[in-house]
Every structure is written in structure tokens, then in C-alpha cells.
Design a protein around this ligand. Structure first.
Ligand code: NAG
Ligand code: NAG
Ligand code: NAG
Length: 811
């Protein structure tokens, strides 16, 4: 990141105790050490120009570089940066004059990093301290005026004005105080003999030395200088170097020699015996190093960690037997060893990612830190192969975890992503961390039926409520997004809503019949079943369910001709000259069932003369078996049974009356053939019959005229004596049953005229517009219906649809 810090302003904004320098991008604050928790340092929101609400939405937070301590926090509501933990400048920066803590200020969505530096200002919280409570000096009485005696300076952990500023020596007759600075920059103090000592006058004296700092309030420390006056004198030891420097790799084992200092003393004997000791030592150094009093060798006594401290300065004092001393500085540079593996911090992670996020969506933020230095802290980060995620280096040592492809929860719902960080040390160190990501469901799959379409077979006359079949659809989505609900799509079957035929169980997809089906009404129908999930918005799909109804032999054959029952007689006239094999009549029957169940066969079950007539088993045609002879009875009566081929088969019977005669004149002898016992009354019946026939004939002529009048409205009158069965008489579905013994629609039967039976018979056949043949309707209507019918013919306004009447007349 480019450092965009502006030229520092020479004046600051003075908050009560805080000075703020703010530059675009980077923030810089200054705070005094030792402030109590909650003290406000500055306002981040204002300084970044961010709206207050954004801070919380963008998860603003600060992290201290390379440490997990949280010295400061952000109040997300007010945007204030506040002290979260006591900051001790001395702990952090020691003697360094400038103490700057560097923080990363992190904002997410999008990831944005600002540097935040916090300058910790010193507070006078430490008093000057002398290394020892008492300093012992042994001085020969012969010492000259102006002789100097070195005294270790007082130390103050604070810096600048807050460090030691001046010394005051207790008023006395012999010594004055002088403060000096060595070439290496360290300070030392000297007692200067101002007036010669006289052992005989005073053997020893105690002087109080006070060091004061320049802080406010001012702090001070004291030491007692114990001067013993001796008879002899010597030289002070002299170090071979003023400053020693050494390099020590970190993690060096205990007792590793660091450096040996050496000082020589020109004196002999006790006066030339030099001993060494540390004179000023920070707490840290004290734990790490020790000095051999005799040899001056410094060795390691603790864990040397580059990351804890990379440079140590210690002052070594050499002393001779009389306590004369000198000092030297030892600088120990610690060199880095790649001993810290990179550490991966997951700074932010969406714990569930909707499966429809577009590739490139940021789902997490990773921070990698390595506490080593230089190459040892260069870290490369990688992620395992085969997952639709990648790490994108972001700012500094931050990485964004972004998606690289489309996610599909139905394929993979959880990812364990292993991130590996390797540094460039030698040997390199690496560490890895696994983060768990789950993919959240989106309703992106409609339910899918297991089959393209469904068909089911049901025999007619089923029980209402019976189960037909079941449909199943699967939806791989999660919970309600994958919960399937079945329903029938609205539609019509034969003009009625589908729901009056079928119902579907919404949860199981089981389809039930609502009513009993009739094969003769319809043979199959289709419905659409929809499967819908419970998502929002829901997704659905539909499937066609075909229901095929199979036939049951539930209709017995129905004889159309001759009329099976009743008190009117239809009589066929057979000429006496008829030869064997002549077609005499035909039984016409139909069966509403289909297939085998409608395959009819005809049998004569009873006849007046069993040898005379045969019936075609499948055609129903009645033929003479031999030539008619004079001896044959004039009246012949046949009972024909019609059977279908169902299991079990159903049958019907009808009677056929035949009259062997050439001449209508013989008719007067005709009497009701079915009632032989009434023969004696035949003559009177015939007379009555003739009269009524004449009357009807007259009426008929009148009717004809009437009919002709309304012929324009398309009534048809069949009056040619043929046995005409109008095609409309038959249900259309009989028409395709050819050659099975039922009637062909175009069958025209005219072999023999039905003739002058005295019993005339009007047959009124309504034209059926509906498709079915009502079982109970016959070819007859009573004469009273007759008038109604003709009235209709004249006046009906819906003539085009209903007014066609066929009149069959047999004379
Ligand atoms: C991911 O890790 C968790 C816990 O370690 C485990 O239960 C889960 O099965 C793992 N998932 C995958 C997809 O490997
Ligand atoms: C179902 O999908 C919708 C989006 O289509 C999503 O918001 C919701 O969380 C999903 N429900 C479940 C239970 O996963
Ligand atoms: C039924 O599904 C087909 C395609 O599968 C679709 O074209 C049609 O619109 C759907 N019908 C309804 C009523 O949803």
C-alpha cells in the first residue's frame, strides 16, 4: 500500500490529552501511556469520512501488528477509538525515544485496510533509580585535589524530560559532583575531590546523592556514597575497548559464550585484581545474560528470542580491589533464525454461502503473520486443489477467500478448506488451517417426476375411493425448498371437472378414483398432476397421468329387431315358392360392451318346425334350410337366443313370427299366431282389424300430407316397406364392429317385404342426438305420443337439431 501520509502538520488538534494527525487513508493518533480503560483516543468514523452505521456493517476492527493484544478498541456506535488495555510505553518500547504502535484498521465488504499508528507518549511514571543503595568508595588520604571517582548513574525508565535531569550532592567539605557523557553516549557521574582528605581528621563520611527527573510531578531517587579514607592509593582498571559488540543467533543454547570483556589495572596485588559486574541492566537482559566476575565472559542464561528483542545494550563495570572502577558498553545484536512458522488468522468468514453467489464472491478474509524477519517472514499462501475457492492476495499479508465457480448445495454442501502458509526461510516452515464452509440452500430445483408420464389401468365399475396408482417427484433442495406437494391441475374430462373423477393425495402422490367409471361412457382420459415445492417462490412441474378403463361384461346383448317383447307382432311374410337357403329375416342385436364382451352369437333355441330354418351363428340371418312345401305349417314361430362372448356370458332372447303365404287374401284366416286358442275369434278380429286399418290408412294419408308440408325441415319418411334401421338409431361405437354379428351401420335389409299383416304397427323412432342407446326405449310409441310428436314437427323452433321422425309402417 502506498503510504499517502501528508507532510505532518506542524500543529495538532489538541484534545484534552490527545494530538491527532490525520491523513487520507492512514490514521495517526497519539496517546499518553497509562490511560485508563475507555479513554477516547479519536474518532475513526469522522477521520475516515465514514457514516456511523457503516462501521458496524463493515465490521470495523483494529489488530495490532504481530501480536494478539488488544490495546485499543472501536466503539462501533460512536466511531470512537478508545483505550482497551493499559498501554505501558516502557514495556513496549523500552528506551527507544519514539514509541509507535502500528495497527491494521480493517473494514470488510469490500476489504479495506488502513494503517493506524498510535504514538505512545511518555508519562513520568518511573522514578530515577540507582543500581545500588550504597556506593562504597575507598580513597587514599594522599589523593590530590581534583581526583575523580566514578559513580554509576541513576536510571529512569522514562525518556526525554521524564528521565534523569540532574543530581544533587549533599553539602560537604571535600567533594563536588560532576556529570559526564562518554564517547559512546552513555552518561556517568564523578565525585571530584575539592579539598584534600585527612584520615586523622575524618576516617569516613556518608554523602547522599539525589537524582531528579524533569517530569511533572518530579520524581527522584537517592544513593548513599560511603567514602572510606585509606592510607594508600592505586590505578583504576582500563577496558581494552570502550564499546564491545557481539552477534548472537537467537535460540542459542544456555551457556553459549557471547563475548569476553577485559580490563587491565596497572597496580599490583590486590590493587590490580580486576572484577567485572554489570552496572546497568534492564530486567530483560538480566534474565538472558550473566557475566563471569573473574574472566569477564558473558554467557547466555535464558531463551534468546529475536522476536522479543533484537538488540541489547549492557554496561559492564570493572573494579579493582580498592573499588576504583571504569565502564564499557556491550552491544549484543541478536540475529534471526527461521524459528516461527507462519500463523494463519481467519479474520472473517461467512459461515454459510448461498449456492447462487456469483463466482468471485468474497467469503472470507485470511491474515497470515510470521514473526521472523526478512526472508523468514516472506509467506506464500495456498489452498488445496479441487475446491471452487481460491485465495486472492489482498493488502499486505491479507488474503481474500473467493469463490471460483458456481456452487451447488445439492452436489457439495460442505467444504473443508485447508489453507497452507509457507515462509521462505531455510528450511522453510509452514502451517495450515482448515476452515469449514457450508453452502446454504436456494430453491433452484423444481420437483422432477420419476417418470415422463404415468398410465394406469382400471376395470370399470370400480369402487369410488379405490387407489389407481401413485406418482412420485423428487426435489433435492433442502427442507421446505425440497418438500413436494402434489395436486391435480384443473381441467375437464367429458365436460366435468377432473376433480370429480380423480383425487391426489397432496403428500404421498397416491391417486384415487372419486367415482365409479363406465367403460361404455369413456375408455380413457388424461389428467395433469402438478408437483410443487414449498419454497418461496415455489417451483413446480407437471406430468400427464393417463387412465385407461378396461371393459367388464356388464351389458347383455340387446335385440333391436325384432322387438324382443311386447304385445305388438312383427311378422315376416315368406312366399311359398321360397327355396332352400333363401334369406328370410335377420335378428339384429347389439352389445354395449366391447371386444369379446360384445361378440355376439345367435342360436335358435325353439322353433315350430326345427328343420325348416337356420340362423347364421354370427350374422343372425335366418334362412330356409330347404324348399317350402305345402305340408309346412303356415305359421312358424322361432325363439332366438343372442349371447355375447364375455366371461360369464350374458344373453337375450327374442321371438320371431313367420307367415308362409303368397297372398294377402289368406290373411283373413290369420289370427293371433301366438294365441292359438283364440282361433275361433279370428274372423271378428280380422273385421275389426280391417276397419281399423282403413281408418288408420285414411289418417295416414292426411299425415303424409302434413309430413310433406314439413319435409323442408328435413324429416325423412321411409315408406318403401323396407326394414330400415336408421343409422342414427345405433350408437356410433357399434359401427366399427364389423362382421361380428352385430349390425353394420349401412345395412339395408330388403330381401323380403314385411307384408300385410292386419296388425299394422307404427314405429316411431326418435333420432338420438346423444350417443347412447337407452336400454328401455323401444321402437314403439303409443298412439297418444303420436300426436305430440307431430305437433312437435310442426312447431318446434329447434327443428334443426331434434325434429326428425321416422315412420315405419308395415302392411
Ligand atoms: C469437514 O470436517 C468436519 C469436522 O472435521 C467433518 O465432520 C466433515 O465430515 C468434513 N466434511 C467434509 C466434506 O470433508
Ligand atoms: C429456500 O430457498 C430460499 C431461496 O430460494 C432461501 O432463502 C431459504 O433459506 C431456503 N430455505 C432453506 C430451509 O434452506
Ligand atoms: C406443464 O409442464 C409443461 C412442460 O413440462 C409446461 O409447458 C406447461 O406449461 C405446464 N403446465 C402447467 C399448467 O403448469
Amino acid at each position: 500500500m502506498v503510504n499517502r501520509r501528508c507532510v505532518p502538520q506542524s500543529y495538532g488538534f489538541v484534545f484534552l490529552f490527545v494530538v491527532v494527525h490525520y491523513a487520507r487513508g492512514d490514521l495517526s493518533y497519539s496517546v499518553q501511556e497509562e490511560l485508563k480503560h475507555g479513554s477516547v483516543i479519536g474518532n475513526i468514523a469522522k477521520d475516515l469520512g465514514l457514516e456511523l452505521g457503516k462501521l458496524s456493517a463493515r465490521k470495523a476492527r483494529v489488530d495490532l501488528d504481530g501480536s494478539d493484544r488488544q490495546y485499543v478498541g472501536i466503539n462501533l456506535r460512536s466511531g470512537d477509538l478508545f483505550v482497551a488495555e493499559r498501554i505501558d510505553r516502557e514495556e513496549h518500547c523500552g528506551e527507544r525515544p519514539a514509541c509507535i504502535l502500528k495497527f491494521d484498521l480493517l473494514l470488510e465488504n469490500p476489504l479495506e485496510l488502513h494503517r493506524l499508528s498510535l504514538q505512545v507518549q511518555d508519562v513520568n511514571d518511573n522514578a530515577p533509580i540507582f543500581p545500588k543503595d550504597i556506593i562504597k568508595l575507598e580513597i587514599r588520604e594522599s589523593a590530590d585535589k581534583g581526583a575523580r571517582y566514578r559513580i554509576n548513574a541513576a536510571q529512569d525508565a522514562d525518556i526525554g524530560q521524564n528521565s534523569v535531569q540532574s543530581y544533587t550532592l549533599q553539602q560537604n567539605a571535600h567533594f563536588v559532583f560532576s556529570s559526564q557523557t562518554t564517547k559512546a553516549g552513555s552518561k556517568y557521574c564523578e565525585l571530584v575531590l575539592d579539598k584534600e582528605l585527612d584520615r586523622e581528621e575524618q576516617q569516613e563520611m556518608r554523602l547522599l546523592l539525589t537524582a531528579v527527573d524533569g517530569g511533572s510531578p518530579q520524581r527522584s531517587g537517592t544513593v548513599v556514597i560511603h567514602v572510606i579514607v585509606l592510607d594508600a592509593n592505586d590505578n583504576a582498571p582500563v577496558f581494552t575497548e570502550a564499546v564491545y559488540s557481539a552477534r548472537l543467533p537467537e535460540n542459542s543454547p544456555l551457556k553459549t559464550p557471547v563475548i569476553t570483556v577485559s580490563a587491565s589495572d596497572a597496580d599490583e596485588g590486590v590493587n590490580g585484581e580486576v572484577t567485572y559486574e554489570f552496572s546497568r541492566l534492564s530486567d530483560k537482559s538480566q534474565k538472558l545474560f550473566s557475566l563471569d566476575q573473574k574472566t569477564g565472559e558473558i554467557i547466555v542464561t535464558g531463551d534468546v528470542d529475536y522476536e522479543e528483542g533484537s538488540k541489547y545494550e549492557v554496561i559492564v563495570e570493572a573494579k579493582d580491589g580498592y573499588g576504583l572502577s571504569s565502564e564499557a558498553k556491550v552491544i549484543i545484536d541478536i540475529t534471526d533464525v527461521n524459528d516461527n512458522a507462519p500463523v494463519i488468522y481467519v479474520k472473517s468468514l461467512s459461515n454459510s454461502i448461498p449456492e447462487n453467489v456469483s463466482p468471485g464472491t468474497e467469503v472470507g478474509i485470511i491474515n497470515v503473520q510470521d514473526r521472523d524477519s526478512e526472508n523468514n517472514r516472506q509467506v506464500r499462501c495456498s489452498i488445496q486443489q479441487g475446491v471452487p475457492f481460491k485465495l486472492v492476495p489482498s493488502i499486505k499479508n491479507y488474503y481474500s477467500l473467493v469463490t471460483t465457480g458456481q456452487l451447488d448445495r445439492e452436489l457439495v454442501s460442505d467444504y473443508n478448506i485447508t489453507i497452507t502458509a509457507t515462509d521462505e526461510g531455510s528450511p522453510p516452515l509452514s502451517s495450515s488451517k482448515t476452515v469449514q464452509l457450508s453452502v446454504a440452500d436456494i430453491n433452484d430445483n423444481p420437483p422432477v417426476f420419476e417418470e415422463q408420464s404415468y398410465s394406469t389401468y382400471v376395470t370399470e365399475n370400480n369402487k369410488p375411493g379405490s387407489t389407481l396408482c401413485s406418482v412420485t417427484a423428487r426435489d433435492p433442495d433442502w427442507r421446505q425448498n425440497g418438500t413436494v406437494i402434489y395436486s391435480l391441475l384443473p381441467g375437464e374430462v367429458n365436460g366435468a371437472p377432473v376433480s370429480s373423477y380423480l383425487s391426489v393425495n397432496g403428500d404421498t402422490g397416491v391417486i384415487h378414483a372419486v367415482r365409479s367409471f363406465d367403460y361404455e361412457q369413456f375408455r380413457s382420459f388424461k389428467v395433469h398432476v402438478m408437483a410443487r415445492d414449498n419454497g418461496s417462490p415455489p417451483l413446480s412441474s407437471n406430468v400427464t397421468v393417463s387412465v385407461f378403463i378396461s371393459d367388464v361384461n356388464d351389458n347383455s346383448p340387446q335385440v333391436l329387431y325384432p322387438a324382443p317383447e311386447g304385445n305388438s307382432f312383427m311378422t315376416e311374410l315368406i312366399p311359398k315358392s321360397a327355396h332352400g337357403g333363401s334369406l328370410v329375416s335377420k335378428v339384429i342385436a347389439v352389445d354395449a360392451d366391447s371386444g369379446q364382451n360384445a361378440w355376439l352369437s345367435y342360436h335358435i333355441v325353439k322353433s315350430t318346425d326345427p328343420g325348416l330354418f337356420t340362423i347364421g351363428v354370427h350374422s343372425g340371418e335366418i334362412r330356409t334350410q330347404r324348399d317350402i312345401s305345402e305340408s309346412d305349417s303356415m305359421k312358424q314361430n322361432l325363439i332366438v337366443s343372442v349371447k355375447d362372448n364375455g366371461q360369464p356370458s350374458l344373453s337375450a332372447t327374442c321371438s320371431m313370427y313367420l307367415l308362409i303365404s303368397d297372398n294377402l287374401a289368406e290373411v283373413p284366416e290369420l289370427k293371433d299366431i301366438s294365441y292359438d286358442e283364440k282361433n275361433s275369434k279370428l274372423t271378428s278380429y280380422l273385421i275389426i282389424a280391417l276397419v281399423s286399418v282403413s281408418t288408420f290408412f285414411l289418417t295416414f294419408i292426411i299425415i303424409i300430407l302434413g309430413v310433406r308440408f314439413c319435409r323442408r325441415r328435413k324429416p325423412r319418411l321411409l315408406f318403401d316397406g323396407a326394414v330400415a334401421i336408421p343409422s342414427a338409431y345405433l350408437p356410433p361405437n357399434y359401427a366399427d364392429v364389423d362382421g361380428t354379428g352385430t349390425l353394420r351401420s349401412a345395412y339395408n335389409y330388403d330381401a323380403y317385404l314385411t307384408t300385410g299383416s292386419r296388425t299394422s304397427d307404427f314405429k316411431f323412432v326418435t333420432s338420438y342426438n346423444d350417443n347412447t342407446l337407452p336400454a328401455d326405449q323401444t321402437l314403439r310409441k303409443s298412439p297418444s305420443d303420436f300426436a305430440d310428436v307431430f305437433g312437435d314437427c310442426d312447431a318446434s323452433p329447434e327443428v334443426g337439431t331434434t325434429s326428425c321422425y321416422f315412420i315405419l309402417c308395415s302392411f
